[in-house]
Design a protein. Sequence first.
Length: 406
Amino acid sequence: MKIAVLGGDGFCGWPTSLHLSSLGHEVHIVDNLSRRWIDTELGVQSLTPMDSIQERCRIWKQETGNEIRFHLLDLAKEYELVRKWLADHRPDAIIHFAEQRAAPYSMKSDRHKVYTVNNNVNATHNLLTAMVETGIDAHLVHLGTMGVYGYSSVGAAIPEGYLDVEIENLEGEKKGLEILYPTRPGSVYHMTKSLDQILFQFYAQNDGLRITDLHQGIVWGTHTDQTRRHPQLINRFDYDGDYGTVLNRFLIQAAIDYPLTVHGTGGQTRAFIHLQDSVRCIELALNDAPKSGDRVKIFNQMTETHRVRDLAELIARLTGARVAYLPNPRKEAAENDLIVRNDQFLCLGLNPTTLEAGLLSEVVEVARKFAHRIDRKHVPAVSAWTKDLAKRVVTDPEAPHLKSVS
Ligand code: NAD
Ligand code: USQ
């Protein structure tokens, strides 16, 4: 297949591009490199040294003989060019990773909120309308988030996207209805993924676009089979307070003897998936495309759930790290349960990689190797969800009064 990977320079997009290329697909990366600019804005860098995207593609060709082409394009701002690109290249499938994906970044200031909404909603809508206009019949696979469901404990398993409900009509008869699971996003970033869902629903129904939306949990790990092939194929790894995600952050914190930064009681339960499984799920979703006229196919792309404090305690046991329980900069439920259905990927053959010591220590090893690249002042999460919460943010969890919390 000819596959366009939008956002293919990113943490999930790069290993997915390599995985699909190694399966023999013709891969085209489309990216505006905005994440590299955001690193500069924040004064941070990937823990791992990333080469330019052109250099990464050159090394891949040298190692495998397979070509991955790179196209510099802003999906949100350059509509005419997006349409022309699709008309010229006519991909069989499009994988859409190209959004601003950090919740803390999206909540930093009004400017960051505006950027995240403009970037994410426009990127998705430009793509959809350009697909209709060019008449291409590509299967669109979008990376959404488990966060669209929200984290209230209802005591029932979260279904894969849709909910069967009953409503009473004017005659008093009960009528069945299938609806999108009610969204309850917890950040401006997560809200853009909820808006994406409505855009997909409309274009599948109105224009028969074939769309799969993957509601992905938190991705952890750094290597895949392909990124291990050469030091210059190494993946991005975010550790900072905005882009670093919880499990990967705890692992690098352990590696550099920094207290594990648990927000609040750590009673938040979240869904997780290892990077290797994430790329495999995309392959499985590609091979299971909906037909024109079908509703949007929604998968929950996760393999296990964990409570934040359990992860911190596990890593502390494995590595001897200290745990700091900090005031939570986010407005979120202090404690929640989470039960998630993921039957569809299991039926398609996903064999989940679950949390185990070997994989956890692999990340700690990577972090130790590149520890000299970590700027400790960028480790704390300082982006607060409200002005009141901002007053309680701890900018230095290493301060003496917090050191011996656990
Ligand atoms: P990332 O920030 O590493 O990569 C995103 C890529 O998209 C970057 O290379 C960026 O330059 C590009 N991009 C952003 N806006 C663009 C635009 N307007 N035009 C062209 N390119 C643009 O993020 P990631 O961690 O790889 O996440 C990829 C996708 O997967 C996101 O949509 C995210 O919401 C979703 N996701 C990620 C995780 C996770 O834990 N990382 C979990 C669930 C879902
Ligand atoms: N947390 C801590 N300490 C930290 C960092 C985070 O306790 O140092 C807590 C947060 O308060 C939150 C939980 O860990 O309760 C998860 O935070 P996170 O930053 O790991 O994940 P999140 O903000 O939800 O976002 C990440 C990705 C996003 C993706 C989402 C999937 O950045 O792109 O959509 O995971 S999900 O969480 O399933 O919605």
